[in-house]
Design a protein. Structure first.
Length: 94
């Protein structure tokens, strides 16, 4: 029996949270029991199983956010929050 698929909201619900420069703020939860992306109270929350060791959690957050947005991970750049739960990603143009 495999792990359940991550719970993802519609990509449009996440795009609405981006500012004019394509920046998306989120709160990450590393070491979570299940993975998922949720919009709660107008804020984006991303839960990943990866532990915050050696950048593994940041990579997992980027991968999961890209999947939720239906974008390749290379279109997302971490601007701020490499060592914090509060992160700021930017959507890069194609």
């Amino acid at each position: 029996m495999g792990r359940p698929a991550a719970d993802l909201p519609p990509a449009a619900a996440i795009h609405v949270l981006a500012d004019a420069e394509g920046r998306i703020a989120l709160r990450a939860t590393p070491g979570a029991r299940t993975e998922g992306v949720a919009v709660e109270g107008g804020k984006l929350q991303v839960k990943v199983r990866a532990r915050p060791e050696g950048g593994a959690a940041n990579e997992a957050v980027q991968q999961l956010l890209a999947r939720a947005l239906d974008l390749p991970p290379s279109r997302l750049r971490l601007l701020r929050g490499a060592t914090s739960r509060e992160k700021l990603f930017q959507l890069l143009p194609p």
